[in-house]
Design a protein around this ligand. Sequence first.
Ligand code: PLP
Length: 396
Amino acid sequence: MLKPNTRYNDLKDTYLFNTIYRKTNEYLKANPGKKVLGMGVGDVSLPLCKAVIQALHSAVDDQANATTFHGYMPESGDPALRKAIARYYKSIGAKVSENEVFVSSGACDDLGDILELFETDNTVLVIEPAYPEYVDTNVLAGRKIIHLAAGEENNFLPEPCEEARADILYICSPNNPTGAAFNRNELQAWVDFANEIGAVILFDAAYELFIEDKTIPHSIYELEGADTCAIEICSLSKTAGFTGTRLGYMVVPQDLIRGGMNLNEMWSRNRETRTNGVSYILQKGALAVFTPDGQKQIHDNLRVYKENASYFMEALDAAGIWYCGGENSPYIWMKCPGGMSGWEFFDYLLNEIQVVGIPGDGFGSCGKGYFRFSTFGNPEETKEAANRLCKLLKKE
Ligand code: PLP
């Protein structure tokens, strides 16, 4: 008799986004003509930059001609793209070789797939509030999860401690949802901890390009000892607008050895079995991101999102409300005013100023009483939403 994976029953349902959608629709039905400004979703609003679009078009044309046509691509990625990514790492002061870079269809895929390197009786550390995939993928595999609560007392950046002892340590910096980012010394402490206890860090750097502060590393490989304990997961989704185009990459260092096994070699072997590579066309588009034109153009787009963040930060600063993020991240994580819960604040914003964000409860229990704004929206609407918020909070 077939046995399904009954751990699917242990997953939290998609209550958060369904509830946001339902409440917003109910409000619009009851208040026709009102303009609701969606400031919750972490999806980009600007189109792909010109360099990428040109490369995509030209790659499509390549596929129309027998002499330039490409069939299956190498499982671990086009060597030219792997080389370009390794060069990018060099430019930020991190030593990564092209054989350590693996191209994928996005960070979400990598975060799930990489767990195939580890037995299910390993323990997992998730620093909360956290991107929900870290918990869900491990619930499905049946791993024991240790939830380490972060909070205002440590600016949502906890230090390693006895309770944090686990085999797999998730670190997301800059963080989704809090926008908080570890500086060099803080991250070095986690690297040292992982090496000391023989753990592996899964470092989610999906938002690295939003970093402004020079004391915050873009890559964990800027730190001493990271190549013997860390795997880095990256994505062009938020940095280059690839959420709907799909391309990510992961670094698995050649010096990362556990139990006598080389994780880089294991991952190469995994790719040979588990994928037939990423589309030639998309890899050509991704390659354009790493050209000087591509880099300039994606930074132009990032500046728009940064400006969006500044509108919210000014509103919250004016109201004297505690928040983190925004400066080095596209997310702003604020404390709900007047002791409101995340859902109370959600209803308050929807009813009073028709602005929608995300209650912090959706990212783990220590997110209660906090609220996340995304700065990926349309600039005009974001400015308007921040103005409405500013006026409302002044009335408080
Ligand atoms: N990691 C974090 C922290 C994210 O916030 C997201 C998407 O929102 C992802 C990974 C997934 O990114 P991708 O679009 O590359 O699958």
